[in-house]
Design a binder for this molecule. Structure first.
Ligand SMILES: NC(=O)c1ccc[n+]([C@@H]2O[C@H](COP(=O)([O-])OP(=O)(O)OC[C@H]3O[C@@H](n4cnc5c(N)ncnc54)[C@H](OP(=O)(O)O)[C@@H]3O)[C@@H](O)[C@H]2O)c1
Length: 167
């Protein structure tokens, strides 16, 4: 399973229910990577989308502890286990965890590839992605070329879970 996120220099991802910044090329990258695939998100991330609507042309799975929640166009699941069950018949490479902070944290143990748009800036933020540079279970496997959006510098990086050390 994959996860995909845009993080700043401190691995922050959001503030007040919104993204820190919206970089058009990153939005296109996100769409291209997840198009036709299955996405898993938290209820708050769904509510951050335009019109609070599920993403088009993707199978949307939304995590919520609210047993009464129904979302047209999305499957609501109530636990990590239920989310894993919902994607059990799908190739793991076709499943993307798309946030937010709490869902990245809960689902990271089940991910082996992380597509991280790294933005070289420090924003005021209240939500973050786990710092994969500080996590010995993960390694930076592809560092994208430096790109710019106005005065922001960013790159598309790929982290992979290290193969388990042989005992
Ligand atoms: N930079 C990026 O790439 C990126 C991507 C996505 C989101 N974001 C940002 O991240 C922020 C939102 O993140 P967040 O952590 O506040 O919220 P979130 O993870 O999107 O949603 C949290 C909600 O999901 C449900 N949930 C989470 N874990 C669950 C579990 N194990 N079992 C059942 N339900 C579970 C709960 O819903 P209920 O309250 O309904 O029970 C919980 O309140 C926003 O600022 C957003 O813009 C950034």
């Amino acid at each position: 399973m994959n996860c995909i996120a845009a993080v700043d220099s401190r691995w922050s991802i959001g503030q007040d229910g919104s993204l820190l910044v919206s970089i058009p090329t990153d939005m296109k990258f996100f769409k291209a990577m997840t198009d036709g695939k299955t996405v898993i998100m938290g209820r708050k991330t769904l509510e951050s989308f335009p019109g609070k609507q599920p993403l088009k042309n993707r199978t949307n799975i939304v995590l919520s502890r609210n047993m009464d929640l129904e979302i047209p166009g999305a499957k609501v699941v109530h636990s990590v286990e239920e989310a894993l069950q919902a994607v059990s018949g799908i190739s793991p490479e076709d499943v993307f965890v798309i946030g937010g902070g709490s869902v990245y944290r809960d689902m990271l143990p089940y991910c082996d590839t992380a597509y991280i748009t790294k933005i070289d800036y420090v924003y005021a933020a209240d939500t973050s992605f786990p710092d994969l540079d500080a996590d010995p279970e993960w390694e930076l496997s592809e560092e994208g070329e430096e790109r710019t959006y106005f005065d922001l510098i960013y790159s598309f990086n790929v982290y992979r879970r290290r193969a388990a050390a042989k005992g």
